[in-house]
Design a protein around this ligand. Structure first.
Ligand code: RIB
Ligand code: CA
Length: 328
C-alpha cells in the first residue's frame, strides 16, 4: 500500500460534492486533511451545513470543516437551485450534524495546512474557484506547498450553464483565470470526462444493497439527481462530476489525461466562463494543465462503491465517529 495522498476538498455540496467527500473518506489512497466550502450550488451557509451533514454521515468528526467565500470575485452569486434543490442537497433525510465548522476562514485554514504539512498537499476543488484564487493571491508563499490542483470544472466541449461554459468556471471566471494562470501543477476534470460517470440504476442498486446509512444516502442523493438531469437535460442517468477529480488523485490510472493549454474566456459576449482547451497545440502556447479525456467507468464505480462500503454505519446511523473533533 502506497502512502496516502494528503488532500483538501474545496466544495459546494451539492449532490456530487457529497459523493466526492464520501469517496475521499472511505478510500485509503487519500488522506482527507480538511473540507472547505464556498458559495456555488447554493449559498455559503447551505453548502457549509451540507458539508457538515456529509462529514457526519462519513464519520469524519476529526476532519476540520471551514467556510470560505460567500460570493464570486466579480460576478454576483447565481446558485443552482434548479439542480440541487433549495437545501443544496435535496432528497435524503440527513442526521443532525455531529460536527461544527471551524471559526477560521477557509482560505486561512488552507494556508495553515499547506504551511504546516510535512508533504505537499493536493487541493481538490469541486466548486467555483473563489477560495483557491484568494489563497493564491493572499498567501503566495504557500503556492510551493501545493503538490497539485486537481479540479472538477470546465470542459473540452460544450458547457452546462451556457452552451460554452461549465458551472464552476462560469460562476467565477476571474477566479478560474487566476488559478489556470498560476503555474501551480493543475489537472482539469471537465464535463467531457465527468459525463462518462453516469449513475445508472444498476449503480444506485449497488449503493442500496450495502444496507448502510452512507449507502442509503448515496442512493437517495442519486435518485434526486436523476430526476434533475432527466428534467433539465434529458439524461437517462445523472453524471456525478466531482468524484472524478478525487478518483484521479487516488488512482491516476482511472482517468486518462493529456497536456494542453487552457485559457478561461473572460470577455466573450456569448462565451464568458468557457475553458478554451487547445488540445492540438494550434496556438503554440505551452501546456498549463493536464486535461482529463477518458474515465475507466466500471473501475471508477467499483472504487466509489467500495469506499462507501468501507464507511460502514448501520442502517439507521452514520459511520462510527473517528475522533474527538479536535484535529489539525
Ligand atoms: O458543472 C458541474 C459542477 O458544478 C459540479 O461541481 C457541481 O457540483 C456544480 O458545482
Ligand atoms: Ca460541486
Amino acid at each position: 500500500m502506497s502512502v496516502p495522498v494528503p488532500i483538501v476538498i474545496d466544495c459546494d455540496p451539492g449532490h456530487d460534492d457529497a459523493l466526492a467527500i464520501l469517496l475521499a473518506a472511505g478510500d485509503p489512497a487519500v488522506d482527507l486533511l480538511a473540507v472547505t466550502t464556498v458559495a456555488g450550488n447554493q449559498t455559503l451557509d447551505k453548502t457549509t451545513l451540507n458539508a457538515l451533514r456529509v462529514c457526519t454521515v462519513a464519520g469524519l468528526t476529526e476532519v476540520p470543516v471551514a467556510a470560505g467565500c460567500a460570493s464570486p470575485l466579480v460576478e454576483p452569486l447565481r446558485v443552482a437551485e434548479d439542480v440541487h434543490g433549495v437545501s443544496g442537497l435535496d432528497g435524503p433525510r440527513f442526521p443532525a450534524p455531529a460536527v461544527v465548522a471551524r471559526p477560521e476562514h477557509a482560505v486561512d485554514l488552507l494556508a495553515r495546512i499547506l504551511a504546516g504539512h510535512p508533504e505537499p498537499v493536493t487541493l481538490v476543488p469541486t466548486a467555483p474557484l473563489t477560495n483557491i484564487a484568494l489563497l493564491l493571491t493572499r498567501h503566495p508563499e504557500v503556492a510551493g506547498r501545493i503538490g497539485e490542483i486537481v479540479l472538477m470544472g470546465g470542459s473540452t466541449e460544450r458547457g452546462n450553464t451556457t452552451p460554452a461554459a461549465e458551472f464552476n468556471i462560469h460562476t467565477d471566471p476571474e477566479a478560474a483565470d487566476i488559478v489556470f494562470r498560476s503555474g501551480v501543477p493543475l489537472t482539469m476534470c471537465g464535463l467531457n470526462v465527468t459525463h462518462q460517470a453516469l449513475a445508472t440504476p444498476e449503480v444506485v442498486a449497488r449503493f442500496e444493497a450495502l444496507g448502510t446509512e452512507p449507502g442509503r444516502i448515496c442512493a437517495e442523493l442519486l435518485g434526486f439527481f436523476a430526476g434533475t438531469y432527466r428534467r433539465l437535460w434529458g439524461f437517462p442517468a445523472p453524471p456525478v462530476h466531482d468524484p472524478v477529480a478525487v478518483a484521479r488523485v487516488l488512482d491516476p490510472g482511472l482517468v486518462t489525461c493529456v497536456d494542453a493549454h487552457v485559457a478561461v474566456e473572460l470577455h466573450g459576449r456569448h462565451t464568458r466562463g468557457a475553458t478554451v482547451v487547445d488540445l492540438h497545440g494550434t496556438l503554440g502556447r505551452p501546456p498549463n494543465a493536464r486535461v482529463a479525456v477518458a474515465l475507466r467507468t466500471d473501475a471508477f464505480w467499483d472504487r466509489m462503491v467500495a469506499a462507501v462500503a468501507a464507511l460502514g454505519g448501520g442502517p439507521g446511523r452514520g459511520a462510527p465517529a473517528t475522533g474527538d473533533g479536535t484535529g489539525p
